[in-house]
Design a protein. Structure first.
Lengths: 347, 239
């Protein structure tokens, strides 16, 4: 039997994601990939993987998985996230560390309350064939991942190794995972399709993220932005983080599953360094925008990339931090009751 | 006048026009080919559209400042590209439930349904760009007489393979999806099929004409397409 993880319950919307499908946008294929690429890269670093390995992105509520291998090493990253390992008593492993799970172990991926999602990486990566160069799932066209769809109960996710590597478990002492509040944008490419008042409103408003938020984009609610030259343009390309404004004057921030081209004017584009934080935003949240120039945005991205490049070397052995192991275990056990949710009966 | 627009710190747009026409589309295609050949460091991928080329770049490897002069150099002496040289004869059934808007289109254009079909299938269309859905070809130009605005009420579910028209364009829905175009037929051919290499049948610069088929032919070809045994090959364009 191939080693893997069996899906006992799939969670709300759990998909296989990586850093995205590059090179097929001219054929109309969206990039997709993890909404929170910082969480993905941190989880992969903790699992000893390269940064583009395929991992699970769990939104709203995490899956329950059972280990079908001698042992598997995993790591979870997300705000307030963790792993709950079934047993008497159940054991909680916090985010930002790797943990070795033995055959038959059942684990629940915990998404922090007030957080959109969490990423679970598996040592060696999830072993599925890439489609058009990527393992990322794009559900609308059933491309990539597990048959192009979210996980379902009874699925088995193959992993590459029959047993976890002999290395010690590692952890990150800290990782900054801010939720977007003030988002930096570069105005354009079609800011000239809006009145000066509309630009001022766009930058001066605290927007509410509507309930219609998904991997494709965040719809925002606020004052109606006035178009100066109509709201139809001849379709052109769409960048990650592009903010399009259709006829109703309510902006839509386009995220991982965005279409490759579109016919609405785009008032501004989110600085790429701020996209992971937008990928953590829940419906109902409030965000605002601040304009910066392109050079500042490019520099911000370079700064973020050098922090991310340092992640693997920032991982330290678990236990190296100053804390007696017994106390640590007690602390973990005490945390369990606070995070177990009502779905706990599917153990 | 060609403009360089910025879309954040990972994309720039070389805009040839705000309007759509064949000459502009072929210039975009020529620039696309030049950029692909040039292999400029830091460019991740490029996407040709009706009237602009979008250049996606990695800001840790290149900046707007470094890219613009290199792209400007590629605009020197830009000619109108030849097409890809590929012409496709795409079978389509314009009958009954496969053509739910045909009567409506006929009424609005003061033609008979047969005349709509005859006009739609008489034209050779240019694939301007691929977008909206994986593999969805935006083709034009539709005969003036068939040009209608989009439907006022978009459908929530347009079936895969639907042959559709709106404004000066005709297209094929490559997946079931919401859509606001008028549905006048359906092709059994899978325009985007991951079992095939490359998955997308058409690329910008291709030419396509529709060949009417009967319902019986459609059903037979649809079965073959589902099984992955329906193969469509391009003809060579006349020199």
């Amino acid at each position: 039997m191939t080693p893997g993880l069996r899906v006992i319950s799939p969670g709300m919307q759990t998909t296989i994601q990586d850093l995205g499908r590059i090179g097929y946008q001219r054929f109309g294929v969206p990039v997709s990939g993890a909404l929170d690429t910082v969480a993905l890269r941190a989880a992969n670093a903790l699992a000893g993987n390269s940064s583009d390995a395929a991992a699970l992105e769990a939104l709203y509520q995490g899956p329950v998985l059972e280990v079908l291998a001698e042992s598997i090493r995993v790591a979870v990253v997300g705000i307030g996230a963790g792993l709950e390992i079934a047993g008497e008593p159940a054991r909680r492993v916090p985010a930002l560390r790797s943990v070795r799970l033995e055959r038959g172990a059942r684990v629940r991926v915990l998404v922090g309350s007030g957080a959109l999602g969490a990423v679970l990486a598996v040592e060696g990566g999830i072993a599925i064939e890439p489609v058009l160069g990527s393992r990322a799932t794009y559900v609308r066209a059933a491309i990539g991942g597990l048959d192009g769809r979210p996980l379902a109960a009874g699925d088995t996710l193959s992993v590459r190794q029959e047993r976890a590597g002999d290395t010690a478990d590692i952890m990150l002492a800290t990782l900054d995972l801010p939720v977007a509040r003030e988002v930096r944008v570069v105005l354009g490419p079609q800011d000239d399709y809006f009145t000066p008042e509309a630009i001022a409103d766009f930058l001066g408003t605290t927007w509410r993220v509507s309930a219609q938020a998904d991997r494709m984009g965040l719809r925002l609610e606020g004052p109606r932005l006035a178009h100066a030259k109509g709201y139809n343009i001849v379709s052109d390309g769409i960048a990650p983080g592009a903010i399009q404004v259709p006829g109703n004057g309510q902006p839509i921030v386009l995220l991982a599953d965005r279409q490759t081209s579109g016919g609405y004017p785009k008032i501004a584009t989110v600085a790429s360094a701020d996209l992971p934080a937008l990928g953590r935003v829940l419906p109902g949240a409030e965000i605002s925008f601040r304009a910066i120039d392109v050079e500042t945005a490019e520099a911000a991205r370079c700064a973020l990339e050098s922090e991310l490049a340092a992640l693997p070397s920032a991982c330290i052995p678990v236990g190296a931090e100053i804390r007696p192991p017994d106390t640590a275990r007690l602390l973990e056990s005490n945390l369990v009751s606070g995070v177990v949710d009502a779905a706990a009966d599917d153990w | 006048m060609i403009r360089f627009l910025q879309s954040g710190d990972t994309s720039l747009v070389i805009e040839f026009s705000t309007e759509m026409d064949r000459k502009i589309a072929r210039q975009v295609l020529e620039l696309f080919r030049r950029v692909e050949r040039a292999g400029i460091a830091g460019i991740v991928e490029t996407v040709p559209t009706f009237r602009s080329l979008m250049v996606h770049y990695d800001p840790t490897k290149a900046t707007r400042r470094s890219l613009v002069p290199q792209l400007e150099a590629l605009l020197e002496g830009l000619e109108v590209a030849e097409g890809s040289g590929r012409v496709w004869h795409l079978p389509a059934c314009y009958e009954g439930e496969l053509a739910p808007d045909l009567d409506d289109v006929a009424q609005r254009t003061s033609l008979t349904p047969d005349e709509v079909v005859a006009q739609h299938s008489a034209e050779t269309y240019l694939v301007y760009m691929v977008g909206f859905l994986p593999g969805f070809p935006y083709m034009g130009d539709l005969p003036q007489h068939l040009q209608l605005p989009r439907r006022e009420e978009p459908r929530l579910r347009v079936p895969m393979g639907s042959v559709a028209i709106a404004t000066a364009m005709t297209g094929v829905y490559t997946f079931e999806s919401p859509g606001g175009w008028h549905l006048i037929g359906r092709t059994p051919v899978r325009i985007f099929d991951l079992r095939r290499q490359p998955a997308a049948l058409f690329e910008p610069g291709d030419e396509v004409c529709f060949v009417p088929i009967s319902r019986a032919e459609f059903d037979a070809q649809e079965r073959a397409a589902a099984a992955g045994t329906l193969t469509l090959r391009p003809l060579e364009a006349a020199p």
